[in-house]
Design a protein around this ligand. Sequence first.
Ligand SMILES: [Zn+2]
Length: 301
Amino acid sequence: MSLPVIHHPEYSFALPQQHPFPMQKFTALRENLARFGQKIQWHKPDEIGFRHLARAHSPSYLNALLAGALDDKAQRRSGFPWSAELVRRVRLETGGTLLAARIALAEGLALNAAGGTHHAHVDYASGYCLINDLAVAAAALLSEGQVKQILIIDLDVHQGDGTARIFADDPRVFTLSVHAARNFPANKAQSDCDVALADGVDDATYLKTIADVVPPILSRLSPDLVIYDAGVDVHTDDRLGHFALTDAGILGRDRWVIQAVRQARIPLVGVIGGGYDRDTSQLAARHALLFEAALTLDTAN
Ligand SMILES: [Zn+2]
């Protein structure tokens, strides 16, 4: 058995120098994962189509985003200067999450080596998130009748505010966000379940929190699919997180989540989420922990 992983070379592109977003991390992650050889089965996504995007975002926002017609304020809020490459990468990335979700439904487990753009709202971009890949993938599978109930487990250090608002009135998608109370976004949304933790949380406290929170939701909801945002900005060295998790803590977290979901025989699709270390290879190694967690479980089963 090999692990299905989605990647596209155009997930990374050259941002203007000095831009704080580590856009090269997707290429670095692909290079890091090469060490797993045949244990990974690589898939390349297509750009997501407008009809899929329009299930989670307003047509007026999409038209402005795709045409490069966002006003200055909207563009600043996105965190990125607009470019055709940027739009292409986000459409590939979102196509990647949907493709990974489809493969997960068929095979049990698949990962997108990108994704987790949970701050994108119905009609605006925010915090480096232009399109909400989690929401677009969930909405596509629901509308196709592939699934009836989805659980989004968002363990990025930042709250999944965009996802929470997009599905606020939709009981078919349960949003769980475990995040830092004092971190972006300043105005938190209301997820179906929010767990806001204090700064400085360590491995043991964090893992205990997850182990307390997730199982009752899993058994009560019995979802047809879990979408897992495995952001590594919970790491103690991350620039934008304020938690104190180690590499071992992140690996333990990812193993625990994948195991809990798969033991319940629920398909799981994972995305890498946030991570903002300035050292790209260090950051790629941190994101690779999710893949290592999936691969070690795979061989163990
Ligand atoms: Zn984050």
